[in-house]
Design a protein around this ligand. Structure first.
Ligand code: TRP
Ligand code: ZN
Length: 878
């Protein structure tokens, strides 16, 4: 809509910087009223650059003094505005010294230097460093950093920054200092500083070349008993990256700090990762199994960035997926190796299909390598991260594991110490494999989810089976026409007896990676003596929406027989989706929704199948979520979708009571709460999944079972599993009693309180808008803490569909109120929270109007942040 184009940053405008900053020495003098930052930089003009002017980025800084080549400048000799400081008269080499004053204690945006509780900490990615001092705040400016921190010793005994400590000592007035030196040049987004009174948990790691590394985790003293798991994950990550990618750690210390107020999950600052407390602290009493898995993935992710992100970084922020897509791919492989590969793949695909596909189809749809942005913080998206990881996965599928490893070796070796592009990454892969990846690169440039339609025909006389493929991609903002993608489609053919046929195209292997490159293509299989059932897109080999007209019988057949675990699961999901879609149609035409007995029988067979891996069984028992059903709807009828899914859950609970109870009893092991191995976790997941289904038919038996589990739980997974089942059983009194008990047991633990809020807010059976408003006034909630905002408001607006989308529109005006309130405080959080309102095109006419009305109301607020403005301008109708 509105002409926002003038405020956009374009990839096509990229120019290298006229100056490089070779080194920077920083002094931080931290006080309760603010902080003085003195920066001394050595700059060098780029060869061929002719200008003597430099424009340094800076925001909300109080400039105190500037020196150029040792000479103090008077205000007439430079110019300052809201976002920059411009100096002129620079020679080929220049020394600049700048002193600024900042107010970390007033910084509620959590970008730059800020205070979380009593601790000073930083978050500089993407453009937070400019809130600390004037600088060339762009990733292709890489400098050597030396950082001296001065603070009151009793309040801030721990003073940390990147690299190695090289000096420390006492100062007057009870103050002290520590100086840190980072031997690797880095962009300023990787700078970090921490000052606080923290517990330090220590460990050691010896690298493959025998170098000793100190590992240190810094946390609040009260969390001293929650560090072991993250340390264990870290050591496993370090070993895995040596073995899998040949990547050795490069400093003598690796530190992790846990921070309570943090905009995202964690940050890969060189040698000093800063983590959201919820992504690092763990103990079985307080952390669920899902929490453990998340910590494992994020610790690994941030560690892996040391190579994919830090040693080799991004030229500009359009290349964000260069580090994020690759690093997500790496952490997913790590998790797959540590746990179950198939289960990990199912979880990732679920996220991609539910949330990334929705993003691809919404107003913020953008390519993995965007061409423009207004606010870069808005582009830390599922598309850049998750779809970006899929692109790396496709490259490996196309090249094969061995060649892919050669490609990554070449990439790291060739670009070590450089700031590069996604083209450089693909070029390394092309070079080692000799493959032409030019069409493949469209995946980085074209937005939207490709659709692949497949038809088959069989000629018995000729013994020939033919697959016909067509691909297309719907128009997305700024891209009405698309070129065909290069799609690796892993496939196989199943004979009537359930075996997968050897395929000539794959040299007799049973899975063949067919490369679809055209808009339309046909593949023939000869010597096929009976019509097979195709198994398509095995392992979800490409991020596309694939359709083939399977009969229900064929899906059941695939579920039972396919050699690809992902596709066995997917066949079941497709079957369940069909059942749910028919129930939705029944409800919409005023009929009573009746679950088909064939589906209930198939579900019962799963429950009784003792050969199945428990973690996998758990995934097979998951019904498609309401969010997924909304995503695949043309116009989403949230009420009908909710009713349909509930009626199916209820039919399962009523009809399969005995089977569910047996699975529950067989997997309930009250004493293994302190075990976090795969077997114990799978049993708990399965038991709690079954309990959740049973809650749909909540008689006295269910209630006492859940209450018993709640009362005797020996770990948070079981406690929360029972609490969630009780809250979702629709029995108010029972739910309130359990919630009160849970609260008084855990009110001191911020991470558990996040769960307590989330369980309530996401429950359509429990929390209406009034309940959410009541919780906002509760002392467990703070609007200034992003985790609490996400747990309460975010959960309500993204999971509690029927109440958020209530026809009155009150959910929408509530969200608008919160976005308006948050925008002045923390624009990144405000902008993310706003997302569900921008998806108005998914809903009926009346809701569309109500949602647009609220978007307009936010838009009329004065002093809107760039973050929120960009989402509004992209989502408001013309
Ligand atoms: N680079 C971080 C990661 O993915 C992401 C991140 C952490 C971030 N904090 C942020 C991005 C704040 C933007 C703003 O590991
Ligand atoms: Zn990352």
């Amino acid at each position: 809509m509105k002409e926002a184009s003038s405020n956009l940053v374009h990839l096509s405008d990229y120019q290298p910087s006229d100056f490089q900053i070779e080194s920077i020495q920083l002094i931080f003098r931290l006080f309760e009223e603010g902080a003085e930052v003195v920066s001394s930089m050595t700059l060098k003009r780029r060869k061929g650059a002719l200008v003597d002017v430099i424009k340094l980025d800076g925001e909300e800084l109080e400039l105190r003094s500037v020196k150029l080549d040792g000479k103090s400048l008077s205000p007439s000799e430079y110019s300052v505005d809201e976002e920059s400081l411009t100096l002129s008269g620079l020679g080929e080499k220049a020394e600049i010294e700048i002193s600024t004053w900042i107010k970390p204690q007033d910084n509620k945006r959590l970008e730059g230097l800020y205070k979380s509780a009593s601790m000073f900490c930083t978050q500089c990615e993407a453009e937070g460093f400019r809130r600390i001092t004037y600088y060339l705040d762009r990733p292709d400016v890489m400098a050597l950093f030396e950082t001296r921190i001065e603070a009151e010793k009793s309040r801030y005994p721990i003073l940390l920054s990147n690299g190695n400590p090289i000096d420390s000592g006492e100062l007057e007035g009870g103050r002290h200092f520590v100086t840190w030196q980072d031997p690797f040049p880095k962009p300023c987004y990787l700078f970090a500083l921490v000052a606080g009174d923290l517990h330090c948990q220590k460990d050691r790691f010896t690298t493959c070349n025998g170098r000793d590394v100190d590992l240190q985790i810094y946390v609040d003293h009260k969390n001293a008993d929650k560090c072991d798991y993250a340390l264990d994950c870290l050591k496993r990550s370090m070993t895995w990256d040596e073995q899998t990618y040949g990547r050795e750690y490069d400093l003598d210390i690796f530190m992790i700090v846990a921070v309570d107020d943090f905009n995202m999950g964690a940050m890969e600052n060189k040698g000093l990762n800063i983590f959201n407390s919820s992504c690092v602290l763990a103990k079985t009493d307080t952390t669920t199994d899902a929490g453990y898995q998340r910590i494992e993935a994020i610790v690994a992710h941030e560690y892996f960035h040391n190579w994919s992100g830090n040693r080799v970084t991004c030229r500009d922020w359009f290349q964000l997926s260069l580090k994020e897509g690759f690093t997500v791919f790496r952490d997913a492989e790590f998790s797959a190796d540590m746990n179950s590969r198939e289960v990990k793949r199912i979880e990732d695909v679920n996220l991609l299909r539910t949330a990334q596909f929705a993003e691809d189809a919404g107003p913020m749809s953008h390519p993995v390598r965007p061409a423009s942005y207004m606010e870069i913080s808005n582009f830390y998206t599922l598309t850049v991260y998750e779809k970006g990881a899929e692109l790396v996965g496709m490259l490996r599928t196309l090249l094969g594991a061995e060649s892919f490893r050669k490609g990554s070796d070449l990439y790291f070796e060739r670009h070590d110490g450089q700031a590069v592009t996604t083209d450089d990454f693909v070029a390394a892969m092309a070079e080692v494999s000799g493959r032409d990846l030019s069409q493949f690169k469209l995946w980085y440039e074209q937005s939207g989810t490709p659709q692949v339609h497949v038809r088959s025909s069989y000629d018995a006389a000729a013994q020939r089976y033919v697959l016909h493929f067509t691909q297309s991609c719907p128009p997305t903002p700024g891209q009405s026409e698309k070129q065909p993608f290069h799609i690796p489609l892993a496939l196989g053919l199943l004979a009537k007896d359930g075996t997968s046929l050897p395929l000539a195209q794959a040299n007799g292997e049973r899975t063949w990676v067919y490369e679809l490159r055209e808009a339309e293509a046909t593949v023939s299989f000869d010597g096929i003596s009976q019509e097979p059932v195709p198994s398509l897109l095995r392992g979800f080999s490409a991020p596309v929406k694939l359709s083939y007209d399977y009969s229900d019988e064929q899906l059941l057949f695939l579920m039972a027989n396919d050699i690809d675990g992902f596709n066995r699961w997917d066949a079941g999901q497709l079957l369940a989706t069909r059942v749910l879609q028919r129930l939705v149609a029944n409800i919409q035409s005023g009929e009573r929704p009746v679950a088909p007995t064939s589906f209930i029988r198939a579900f019962d067979a799963l429950l009784k199948d003792t050969r199945l891996d428990k973690a996998m069984l758990c995934k097979l028992l998951m019904l498609p979520t309401e969010s997924y059903l909304i995503e695949i709807s043309e116009v989403a009828d949230v009420d009908a979708i909710h009713e349909a899914r509930e009626s199916l859950r209820k039919a399962l609970a009523v009809n399969l009571h005995a089977s569910l109870l047996k699975v529950y009893v067989d997997n309930h092991d009250a004493d293994s709460g302190n075990r976090i191995d795969g077997e114990a976790m799978a049993k708990r997941a399965l038991k709690n999944a079954v309990l959740a289904i049973m809650s749909a038919d909540s008689g006295a038996e269910f209630t006492s079972l859940a209450e018993q589990q709640f009362a005797s739980a020996s770990c948070m997974t079981d406690s929360l599993g029972a609490l969630s089942a009780l809250v979702n059983s629709g029995q108010r009194g029972v739910a309130e009693t359990a919630l009160a008990a849970f609260y008084s047991r855990w009110e001191q633990d911020a991470q558990v309180m996040e769960q307590w809020l989330a369980v309530q807010a996401s429950s359509q059976h429990f929390a209406d808008l009034d309940k959410v408003k009541t919780l906002m006034a509760h002392r467990a909630f703070q609007l200034s803490n992003p985790n609490k905002v996400r747990s309460l408001i975010g959960m309500f607006c993204n999971q509690n569909h029927t109440h958020f989308h209530h026809v009155s529109g009150q959910g929408y005006s509530f969200l608008a109120d919160q976005v308006i309130a948050l925008d002045d405080m923390n624009p990144q959080v405000a902008s993310r929270l706003l997302t569900p309102l921008t998806r108005w095109r998914k809903y009926d006419e009346a809701r569309q109007q109500l949602m647009i009305e609220q978007l307009r109301r936010i838009y009329s607020k004065d002093k809107l942040s760039k973050d929120v403005r960009e989402l509004l301008e992209k989502s408001l109708p013309d």
